[in-house]
Structures are given as structure tokens and as C-alpha cells.
Design a protein around this ligand. Structure first.
Ligand code: GTP
Ligand code: MG
Length: 497
């Protein structure tokens, strides 16, 4: 038999005494109101403390690793664009000079090739059609950054005419403009073509050796950006500012005045044939903007999101970025991201940043199976990525760190395979497998997975994404998954602390 509500002990205890006078009732209600106020105050206090704890929460620390030109900075820019729009917008202006330099370099590389070829054809040096053993041919040197003296091979003599002489003359001011821009952008604007470092992972060496190999001081902050961002950091005297503005205007002016000639030289069939014969695939090189000359070489040029992601400037030292995510699962959470220089000489500086890091995003450009490192022309880029991956996986300090692998530049890999470049000619172990994108990515992925399995001090999950980080939309989706997985680990660590 169930009891009626009136008999419930709790209800009985809380109900007013049966013969309560109006005064007693008033006093009781005042007491109850006071108790409620205190209880609410306590709840509010707890809520505030929780909030303060949340705010004080450790930032998520992420390190971007990988060889030079692997796409670390491009990935960082994607993070900014997806999660911290304000920051990205603030930096947009400073990328203008970088894109201008990239474009001017594209043109100057063509001019160099043209000059060499025109002078060679005027003395008409015979070239053997079978002489195909040149370095710049089989490893697709980036002509945009490292113009090479590789005379065009075979075929009928190229017909240079008055048009080419005029174009050369009219575009010649761009040489001075390139120097000017390089001066403004600093050492990062030059790609090193040699290094003393023969190890893929100099951060594994003893401290004294590491110091000797370090390219420059670590944690250099964004020097070139602050120097260019007059509006954001007006630190210099007025006259300096004005002078800089004048040079900037003059640079833009010269570039704009060369616009039509830039387009003409790039579209010229003889020049195209010359580049083809040299196998200089300038259009695949980092920082290629000649197809955008119409839009970029104007006085009022404003870089688009796409332009910023595709701009190429080498990272010096270790650059630290802090931003609070403006949306997504971790809205309000502070993230510290470290973007490092990837040349062999820069890697010794990485080690101090391994401590206490939540996650590493490791970039391996898999289109590079037939290319050599810019800083050491004896080393195959894919081989270097394998060695570097192996060292990172085996580093004890990182044994509990989540490592996420981006097999990057899939777009360029796809294009290369479509052109008929055969992987097995450069990677013998690829054997008779099909020379297509799914087979190639599966094969490379398997190789990286096996290295991680063999060399990680304790077993770790293998997280991998196939990426083309210049594709903003697909990268945003990848970063969403990355954010989830890093956060999951981050919270687990916080619980343990
Ligand atoms: N086509 C294509 N280009 C890419 C891709 N990822 C990066 N790039 C371009 O390659 C160039 C090099 O990329 P960065 O991000 O500067 O390379 P990094 O790893 O930061 O290089 P360092 O700073 O020298 O260590 C840039 O011009 C990028 O826009 C990709 O997936 N596809
Ligand atoms: Mg970089």
C-alpha cells in the first residue's frame, strides 16, 4: 500500500507548522528567503570559480615540423584563416611584398634563362641531343628561386627576335626591384643553396654541437612582418615611415608598369618552348604568381586569402603564434603554435620546443619523390622526410606526444603522375605497383606508418591525413578533425595533472 503525499516525511518536514501565527509565518518566510539568497550566492561563487579555472586553462601547444617547403607556414596560415580571422586579416597586408617578390622572381628567372639562351644561340654552341644527364633536369629545380644555367636541349634552334630583346630591356628594372624587396624582407627571402649540416635531425646531437650548427637565434619574432606593418606598429619616426612608404610605392609602381610585358613574356611561345626544353616547371614551384600577373601587378593590389596561402617566404628560426579560437569546438581556448624553419641548418633549434607539447603536425610533401633538397643537392627530399620522421618518432621526450602526419602536396603528386613521371624510377622499392594517386598515397602512407611502428619508444596511434594545404576549403575540414583529436588528448592530459 502506497503512502499518501501528506505522509511523505520530507514533505512533512518542510511544510509549515499546523498552527502558525501570521507573525511566525512572516519570520519563517524571511528565514527561508535568506537561506535561498545564501544558497544562490554559493552557486554563483562556484560558477565563477569554474569559469576562472576554464580561463586559466593551459593553452594547447602545437608544433609544426617538416623539411623546408613542406607547407608548415601554409598550414599555420590555414589555422589562422579558419579559427582566427582577425589575426589573418591583420597580417594580410604584410604578405603583399612577399607576393610581389614571388612574382618578380618568376619573371627574373625567365629573363635569366632567356639571356643565357640568347647569348648561347648567338655564339651557337652545339648541344648534343642525347646529353640528358643534367642535374636541373631530372630533379626539377625550382627555377623561380634557384635559376640554373641549364641550356635548352635538342630540337630546332629557338627563334629569338626583336620582341624578345625589347621585353628583356623593358623588364630589366625588375632586377633592382627584386633586390629591393629582398632587402626589405630579410634573410627569409633567400633560399639557402648549401649547408654544413649533414644530418637530417641535428636536434639529436649533443647540446654543444647543436649550438654550433644553429643557423640563427631561436624565437626570432616576426621581424619582417612588423617591419612591413607600419599601420599596426607605428614604432619608427615619421621621416623613416615616409621614406619607406615612398620606396613601397615606387616598387608597386615599377611592377604595375611591367604588367603587360610580364604577361607577354610568360605567354610567348618561344619562351614556353625554351622552358619546356629546360624542363623547368616554373608553374609548379612555390610562390608561382605569373598566371595572376593581371591581378597582382596593379597599384591597388590587395592579396586574397588564396594569394596569402600560396605566398612563399622561408621561415627563420622558430616563430610563435598565440591565438584564441573564435569558433569551433574549442572556442575561447588559447592555442600556441610554433612554426619552425625546416632547412637542415634550422633543425638544431627545434629541440627546446619539444618539451610539454600537446601535439606535433608533421608535414611530408609526397610529391617530392624526384626532387633534391635546395640546401643539399645530394639528398632526395622524400628520403630526408623519412629520416626526419624516424628521428621525431624515436625522440624519447615526444614518446607521449600525439603526432599527426600530413602527407602534403597531393595536388602536385597527382599532376606529376598524370604527366607520366614514374615513381619507381626514383623509388626502386615502389616496383611494379600502379603509378596512380591512390596506390602512391597508400604506399607512402604505409612506409611512414611502418617507421612510426618500428621507432616509437612506446606504441602510439598513427594519425594521417592526405592534404593539399593550398586548398583552403578541404584543409579547413582536415583542421576540424585535427582540432578534435588534439583537444581530446589535451583534456586527457589536463585530467591527469
Ligand atoms: N601546390 C601546393 N603547394 C603547396 C602545398 N603546401 C604548400 N605549398 C606551397 O609551397 C611553398 C612552401 O610552403 P611553406 O609553407 O612556406 O613551407 P615551410 O614548410 O614553411 O618551409 P620553411 O619555412 O622553409 O621551413 C609555399 O609557396 C606554399 O604555398 C600543397 O599542398 N600544394
Ligand atoms: Mg615556413
Amino acid at each position: 500500500m502506497g503512502r499518501s503525499m501528506e505522509e511523505d516525511p520530507l514533505t512533512l518536514a518542510m511544510s509549515p507548522p499546523p498552527n502558525e501565527t501570521p507573525e511566525e509565518r512572516q519570520a519563517r518566510e524571511a528565514r527561508e528567503a535568506e537561506a535561498q539568497r545564501i544558497s544562490d550566492e554559493i552557486d554563483e561563487q562556484i560558477r565563477k570559480e569554474k569559469e576562472a579555472r576554464r580561463k586559466k586553462k593551459r593553452p594547447v601547444k602545437v608544433l609544426l615540423l617538416g623539411q623546408s617547403e613542406s607547407g608548415k607556414t601554409a598550414t599555420l596560415k590555414n589555422f589562422q584563416l579558419t579559427y582566427s580571422k582577425r589575426e589573418f586579416a591583420e597580417e594580410r597586408d604584410s604578405w603583399r611584398a612577399v607576393i610581389q617578390l614571388n612574382l618578380v622572381r618568376n619573371v627574373n628567372a625567365i629573363l635569366d634563362a632567356l639571356t643565357q639562351e640568347m647569348s648561347a644561340s648567338s655564339v651557337s654552341t652545339p648541344v648534343s641531343p642525347n646529353d640528358s644527364d643534367d642535374d636541373s633536369i631530372d630533379d626539377h629545380t625550382h627555377i623561380a628561386t634557384v635559376p640554373k644555367a641549364a641550356p635548352a636541349k635538342a630540337g630546332p634552334k629557338l627563334k629569338f627576335g626583336e620582341k624578345h630583346r625589347v621585353l628583356k630591356l623593358r623588364l630589366s628594372p625588375l632586377q633592382r626591384i627584386q633586390k629591393e624587396l629582398e632587402k626589405r624582407l630579410g634573410a627569409g627571402s633567400l633560399e639557402p643553396d648549401s649547408t654544413d649540416v649533414t644530418s637530417a635531425a641535428p636536434f639529436e646531437l649533443p647540446a654543444s654541437r647543436k649550438r654550433a650548427l644553429q643557423e640563427f637565434s631561436i624565437n626570432s619574432n616576426n621581424g619582417w612582418k612588423s617591419a612591413l606593418l607600419r599601420t599596426v606598429r607605428p614604432a619608427r619616426p615619421e621621416s623613416d615611415q615616409t621614406k619607406k612608404k615612398d620606396t613601397e610605392d615606387e616598387i608597386t609602381e615599377v611592377i604595375a608598369s611591367c604588367r603587360e610585358d610580364m604577361k607577354a613574356i610568360w605567354e610567348d611561345p618561344v619562351v614556353r618552348e625554351l622552358l619546356n626544353r629546360r624542363k623547368a616547371r616554373i608553374e609548379d614551384s612555390p610562390g608561382f604568381f605569373l598566371n595572376d600577373a593581371e591581378r597582382v601587378a596593379v597599384r591597388s593590389y590587395q592579396p586574397t586569402d588564396d594569394d596569402v596561402i600560396r605566398a612563399r617566404l622561408r621561415t627563420l628560426g622558430v616563430q610563435e603564434y598565440r591565438f584564441v579560437f573564435d569558433h569551433g569546438r574549442t572556442v575561447g581556448q588559447t592555442w600556441h603554435m610554433f612554426d619552425v624553419g625546416g632547412t637542415r641548418s634550422s633543425r638544431a633549434a627545434w629541440y627546446p620546443y619539444f618539451d610539454d607539447v600537446d601535439a606535433i603536425i608533421f608535414l611530408a610533401p609526397i610529391s617530392c619523390f624526384d626532387e633534391k633538397l635546395a640546401e643539399d643537392r645530394h639528398v632526395n627530399r622524400l628520403e630526408d622526410s623519412y629520416l626526419l620522421w624516424r628521428s621525431v618518432c624515436s625522440t624519447k621526450l615526444l614518446s607521449r606526444t600525439q603526432i599527426i602526419l600530413f602527407l602534403n602536396k597531393c595536388d602536385l603528386l597527382q599532376a606529376k603522375l598524370m604527366r607520366g613521371v614514374r615513381i619507381r624510377d626514383h623509388v626502386p622499392s615502389f616496383g611494379e605497383r600502379r603509378n596512380d594517386l591512390p596506390t602512391a598515397t597508400r604506399y607512402f602512407q604505409q612506409h611512414f606508418k611502418e617507421i612510426s611502428r618500428q621507432f616509437s619508444p612506446v606504441p602510439r596511434p598513427f594519425y594521417v591525413h592526405l592534404t593539399s594545404v593550398i586548398d583552403i576549403k578541404s584543409t579547413a575540414a582536415t583542421l576540424g578533425a585535427v582540432e578534435e583529436s588534439i583537444l581530446r588528448d589535451h583534456l586527457r592530459r589536463a585530467d591527469l595533472m
